[in-house]
Design a protein around this ligand. Sequence first.
Ligand SMILES: [Zn+2]
Length: 75
Amino acid sequence: MFTLKCTGCKAKLMRYRKIGKGRLLRCYKDRIKEDYTIKEGNKVFCPNCGNLFGIDYGAFIKVRKGSFTQKGSYE
Ligand SMILES: [Zn+2]
């Protein structure tokens, strides 16, 4: 499980179960365990500072490079 935090303000964005190694490019919604983000249309923002975290494509969120830090372990 990974905890994703905002690069700007360190607020928690979500807890995410990542399968497989490699860089996190997309967050699939069925693997998001806790979601603290704010949505506006198809845009997904940090709940604290409004930093753009990603774009919602329905089944997944395409995350914006550099907008978050990840801490945790792969499964
Ligand atoms: Zn933030």
